[in-house]
Design a protein around this ligand. Structure first.
Ligand SMILES: Cc1cc2nc3c(=O)[nH]c(=O)nc-3n(C[C@H](O)[C@H](O)[C@H](O)COP(=O)(O)OP(=O)(O)OC[C@H]3O[C@@H](n4cnc5c(N)ncnc54)[C@H](O)[C@@H]3O)c2cc1C
Length: 291
């Protein structure tokens, strides 16, 4: 791994089984790569009560599998950069990635982002960049002294709500999970869910499942997944999954994908196998490029 100013050989996005496998293989293949995800790896591994189809680990629990994955990456000296990638842009012969306030560059990208559990809200996509944001640290400064709503899918993002509460005058906190933590005095936690985002050309309110509309200046959607079209425009998809060939190559040169994001069956061993293939294909692509 290098510092922020290098162009990495590869960036792996996502820390589920597919990302773990891609990262392990890139390390073995001695590539200079960056792995972006979460140190807790993947909520989907932890949640499995009993896994009966993982070769060599009969009746392993999701928690045990998480521990085994984590011990393996730690033993290999691999770090995870804790962040969500908000956007990937083509920069002619490589890619630029925005993750929170950070920007990275890489010659190849391996997408292992899982399946997006949360659909976007009505009004969200047309108002993206016009009051809708996915990144607290990038856009928080625009809402100093204003009123905002935060639609949040995981306790993992509560620190971002706290950060926004330090800037905004008032925050409506709309968690989509149970038992959210208290955040700050100017944060009102609502039991209702967000049903849509309203505004003509710019966000003016967030509609709740109760039918009420709260007037707000901005809405932060902080989720475990970002829609593929937002993450990487021009990426070809098939029925909501990333279209790949047998090398796990997408339609974009140097971009590979693995795991649930490429389609069914949604299974650990498929994810691990595809992560392995994607890493090898990225390395072959790098070798071809250097010729
Ligand atoms: C309750 C439950 C039980 C299951 N039981 C089994 C079983 O018994 N056997 C089996 O084979 N499978 C089982 N599965 C399915 C299995 O969990 C999935 O197939 C597997 O986790 C897919 O791995 P993945 O790496 O593709 O994606 P995921 O595990 O979903 O990981 C994706 C990762 O990417 C991260 N991410 C997403 N977007 C971004 C971004 N923009 N920037 C940074 N990070 C990002 C996410 O936070 C997450 O960490 C189960 C699933 C569940 C929910």
């Amino acid at each position: 791994m290098g510092d922020d100013f290098v162009i990495y050989d590869c960036v792996v996005i996502g820390s589920g089984p597919a990302g773990v496998s891609a990262a392990l293989n890139l390390k073995i293949l001695e590539k200079n790569f960056l792995w972006i995800g979460t140190r807790s790896l993947s909520a989907k591994i932890g949640k499995a009560e009993l896994v009966k189809n993982y070769p060599g680990l009969p009746d392993v629990t999701g928690e045990e599998l998480t521990k085994a994955f984590r011990a393996h990456v730690e033993a290999m000296g691999i770090d995870i950069h804790e962040a969500m990638v908000n956007m990937i842009a083509s920069m002619k012969d490589h890619y630029g990635l925005t993750a929170g306030a950070d920007f990275f560059e890489a010659k190849t990208v391996i997408l292992t982002t899982g399946v997006a559990a949360a659909a976007t809200l009505p009004g969200e996509e047309p108002l993206l960049g016009r009051g809708v944001s996915y990144c607290a640290t990038c856009d928080g400064g625009l809402y100093r002294g204003k009123t905002i709503a935060c639609v949040v899918s995981s306790p993992r993002f509560e620190h971002e709500v706290k950060y926004l509460a330090g800037l905004a005058a008032k925050v409506y906190f709309l968690p989509t999970y149970k038992n959210p933590a208290p955040i700050a005095d100017n944060v009102e936690t609502l039991a209702a869910r967000a049903a849509g985002i309203e505004g003509e050309g710019r966000v003016s309110g967030v509609k709740l499942t109760t039918g009420e509309t709260l007037p707000v200046d901005g809405v932060f959607c902080l989720r475990e997944a970002i829609s593929l079209s937002t993450l990487l425009p021009r990426l070809a998809t098939e029925q909501g999954h990333i279209a790949v060939d047998r090398r796990m190559a997408t339609n974009l040169p140097g971009v590979f994908a693995a795991g649930d994001c490429t389609g069914r069956p949604y299974q650990y061993t498929k994810a691990v196998g595809e992560g392995n293939v994607a890493a090898h294909s990225a390395v072959e692509y790098l070798a071809e490029r250097e010729k």
